[in-house]
Each structure stands twice: as C-alpha cells, then as structure tokens.
Design a protein around this ligand. Structure first.
Ligand SMILES: C[S@@+](CC[C@H](N)C(=O)[O-])C[C@H]1O[C@@H](n2cnc3c(N)ncnc32)[C@H](O)[C@@H]1O
Length: 505
C-alpha cells in the first residue's frame, strides 16, 4: 500500500557557523588527552589545536554525550501556541576536525558515517583562524572519542596526514535547524503524541489532528508549511467524510486559503478544488491496480468517478469510458481533467445519481454492446468506489437487461468497494454483496484488501462477474445454464469455501 505521508522536509536555509556565547548551551564533555596522545605520536605532520575563539582542543568526549536533549529545542518553547521562531535559538557543543582545505573532498567521502547531519547545517565550515584550513562538523552521537573513528577512517586520516584530534565547536542552532517532529515534541505537552504526518494533496498538507493537539493547531500547520518545501497551506479535517459527496469539512490552519490544487498520480495530472470534491492520495495504488486489469478496447463504467482517477488512465489505455459523479463540482473537474489529460474524446461524462446512471445510459449501452448483433466483443467492467454505500447499488443489476443473454465470457465484471469491520472481512463483503444480489458469491469472486482505514476497519474491493440469471430479466433462465464453466468447476470442489483475498501491501 503506498501512502503519501510525507516525511519531515528540510529547510534549505543554511546556518552559518557562529562563534557565539550561548544563552542555553549543552556541553558535550570535559576533555582529556588520554587516548589521543599515543595516536598522535604515530601520526606524521600533526598540528595541535589550542584554545581558540570558537573551538577548543577536544581529544575525547565523554560517553555521557548520548543525551537526546542535545538536538532538542530549548525547553522554554513548551506550551507555545503562536509560533515564535526566535525562541528556538540554542547553542550546542559539537566535535569538529580541523583539516587542510585541499583534502576536504576526499575526507568527506571517508567520513560520511560520522559527519554531522542536521537540516540547514553546513558540514564543512571555514576556520576563522586559518584561511587554509576547514572545520568538519562531526556527529556527537557517533564521535564520542577519537577511538570512535573506524580503522578505515583512521587509515584515510593518516594517509592524508590529518591529525585525528577533535576540537569542540559552539554551534548555534535556530528554528531552521530543527526537524518538524523535534519542534512539535518540544512544544506539545510532554509525553503526548505529536503529529508530523499528513496527506499531501498538491500544495496542501491535509492533517487529521487529535483533540490534545487542537490548542496548537495553527502552530502545527505553520511548522508543516515551513518544513515541507512546496506546501503552502495546511488544513485540518473537521469532520468525518459522511456527506454525500465524500469531501471533507476542513479548516485552514495556516497558509493560503486557496484550495484549488494540482496533483500527479501514476503519471496523470488532476486539478480540482480540494474543499469541494473527494481526493485521497492513498488510493493511487488501487487506481493503478484496476487500470492494469483493463485491456485496450474494454469498456469501463465508472459509477462514482470523482475527478477521474480510474476513468482517465483507462481512457489513456484506449478503453471506452463512461464516467459519472453526482457532485456537480466533481463532474466539472472530471470534464476539466479529461481535457487536461487529452482523453476527452474517449470519456463520456455524466452528472447523475449512480442508480439513474445504471438504469439509463449504462443499460442502453449494455443492450447495444452485449446484444447478439454487436460486432466487437470487448470486456465490460464496472468500478464502484463509494465504499460506504456501493454494495446497495448492486441491486440495480438485478434484471437490468432483457432479451437473449450474452455469452458467459462477455458478462460484465464488477469491482465494488466496501468497508468491513468483521473479523473475516473477505467473507463479510461476499456475504454483503451476495445478499443484495440474492446469490452466493463466496466461490465466484475475489476480494482485494485495499487499505486499513481505521483500527479494525478495512476497505476492500470485491470483484465478480454478474451472473446472467441476475443481469437478465428472463426468470426462466436458470443459474446453471449461464454459469461460467470455471465457476461450475469451483462449485463442485468442496474444499473451496473461503473467498480469495489479495492485498495492496
Ligand atoms: C469515494 S469517492 C471516489 C471517487 C473516485 N472514484 C476516486 O477513486 O477517487 C465517491 C464519489 O462518489 C460520488 N457520489 C456519492 N454519492 C453518489 C451517488 N449517489 N451517485 C453518484 N455519485 C455519487 C461522490 O461525489 C464522490 O466523488
């Protein structure tokens, strides 16, 4: 399952090394020369760093450096509800290695493991005392003592005639140098869960804040914007998706109010107003999976099409697509996106209730395409992605068509989405769908686990061919006459009683 939870981003702003007197400083250690001296004696061309303006000789750093507070923002930011970036300033002591400038590049390759990695911090800075040397910033958690260098690293130091003696450097950290999680952990009440994850929808970070985070909502939104390049607006979901059009009620926490956005999914572009239509970046794998199942020339009826993430890729695959959505805004953006992706000639777009769509244009089309005179014999697929309700719409397939039934291999395939909270969700959805259609689907369907939407709540897709006896109104037709041969085989196999389940993850 692919989830677009964006990891914390880094600000590109670089902090210049500052020779400062700390207001809040975390010292790494008291220094001793115990382990270094013997090593230095073996090293040619060494030079000692004495006490200098910003760094001091630091042959060994105490093991107590493993202090998780070192890179935490100052304690005074706890409880802050309005973001004050200046309050995040703090000075920490970190180990540095003084080297000749001409060996920096070679050395950096060899010292990758121990080089300091902080957002916006240069790993190599100028030496204020010597234009010909540079200071390499090292990770204090990895460089406790000179002995922390690995053999190969020491080998390179020796080869380049670099003194492995460490010095201490006072590094000033600012808001730019903390990760979003570190900032939120420092601000929110201690021990409480901090959120730094969100769904990204174009320029919008879509958060789902918990109650204890709400007093900090504007600050959290601003931190997400600051720390994630390309995000210029942060919104919070203020209700579950329980309205007809499946769009969220949302509050803009920080940044621009503009909800008109543009996203890329599986190489297609979609534009829409996120406040008025449904879009879920966590469905991209599922959209791709269904597209993969289709062949050029197939017919796709997308009953709850949204802004087009099934319809447009299918049309690009040279399928004939009929796409419908009840929400006038979705319909508008669906039309727009068909043009944007240059498939407007291949998609017929409707703005109807799903039931009317099935009983009207779909029925008409099926009568033509499945009738005996139809020349081309494409496969027909239905996508029904309205998980809370789609199963109810299956009843429309009962006796939808009349006349002579088509051959079994041309019967439409339905991909119907649903939720289940059952301990056996696959069996549950088979029973739900079967109950609506008045048939058993347990041996003639496959169930795909799309995603876990909440603890103990799964979103699934059940796929099956609509039996002729269900689709055609001629009551004289018995199930046996129109069953697919493969299904007949399955029915005689007593060992098969569970639906097959696959998953995106
Ligand atoms: C869960 S969204 C799925 C959208 C799209 N297929 C996707 O995968 O992103 C369900 C869509 O069904 C539409 N819808 C809700 N009730 C409907 C109905 N009775 N008839 C047709 N469309 C409906 C909503 O407006 C929404 O766009």
């Amino acid at each position: 399952m692919r989830i677009l939870w964006k990891p914390f981003g880094f600000s590109r702003r670089l902090l210049q090394g500052a020779w400062c007197h700390p207001s809040e400083s975390v010292s790494l250690s008291a220094l001793t020369r115990r382990t270094l001296v013997p090593r230095l004696r073996k090293t040619p061309s060494i030079f000692w760093l004495g006490q200098r303006q910003g760094f001091s000789a630091m042959p060994e750093i105490e093991a107590s450096v493993k202090d998780t507070e070192l890179f935490s923002p100052p304690s005074k930011v706890r409880g802050m509800t309005e973001l004050d970036r200046t309050a995040f300033k703090k000075t920490v002591s970190i180990p540095v290695l003084k080297v000749r400038k001409e060996v920096v590049n070679r050395l950096m390759r060899a010292l990758k493991r121990v080089a300091l990695q902080r957002p916006g911090i240069k790993r190599v800075i100028e030496d204020p005392d010597d234009g010909d040397t540079r200071l390499i910033m090292l990770d204090p958690f990895k460089m406790l003592t000179v002995d922390s260098f690995e053999k190969t690293e020491l080998g390179v130091l020796e080869e380049l005639a670099v003194n492995p003696q460490l010095s201490e450097y006072n590094l000033e950290l600012t808001y730019e140098n903390f990760k979003s999680e570190e900032i939120l952990r420092a601000v929110l009440p201690e021990g409480q869960d901090v959120t730094s994850g969100f769904s990204r929808v174009g320029h919008i970070a879509h958060l789902n804040l918990r109650d204890h985070q709400l007093p900090f909502k504007h600050l959290i939104g601003q931190v997400m914007i600051d720390k994630n390049p390309g995000i210029t607006s942060a919104v919070n979901k203020t209700s579950n998706i329980d309205n007809t059009y499946r769009n969220f009620q949302m509050e803009v926490l920080s940044g621009e109010e503009n909800m008109l956005t543009k996203v890329r999914e599986n190489n297609y572009t979609y534009e829409f107003d996120f406040s008025k239509v449904y879009w879920n970046p966590r469905l991209s794998t599922e959209h791709g999976r269904i597209t993969e199942l289709l062949n050029p020339g197939d017919v796709l009826f997308d009953v709850f099409a949204g802004v087009g993430p099934f319809a447009i890729p299918a049309a690009r695959k040279n399928c004939t697509v009929f796409a419908n959505d009840l929400n006038p805004e979705s319909h508008k953006w669906l039309l727009h996106n068909c043009k944007l992706n240059k498939v407007d000639q291949k998609v017929k777009v409707f703005n109807m209730d799903g039931k009317d769509f099935l009983q009207g244009p779909v029925r008409e089309e099926l009568m033509l395409r499945l009738g005996p005179s139809a020349e081309a014999k494409p496969s027909v697929h239905f996508v029904m992605n309205l998980p809370a309700k789609a199963i109810e719409f299956l009843s429309v397939f009962k006796s939808l068509l009349d006349g002579q039934p088509c051959s079994s291999e041309r019967l439409p395939t339905v991909h119907c989405y649903c939720f289940s909270k059952d301990a056996n969700p696959a069996k549950d959805v088979c029973q739900q769908a079967g109950a609506v259609l008045g048939i058993s689907l347990e041996e003639s369907s496959s169930v795909h686990l799309v995603r876990n939407v909440a603890p103990n709540k799964e979103m699934l897709c059940i796929t099956f061919q609509i039996p002729a006896a269900t689709l055609y109104g001629n009551r004289a037709l018995s199930l046996e006459n129109f069953e697919e041969p493969s299904l007949k085989r399955q029915r005689t196999d007593d060992s098969f009683s569970e639906p097959q389940i696959t998953s995106n993850s």
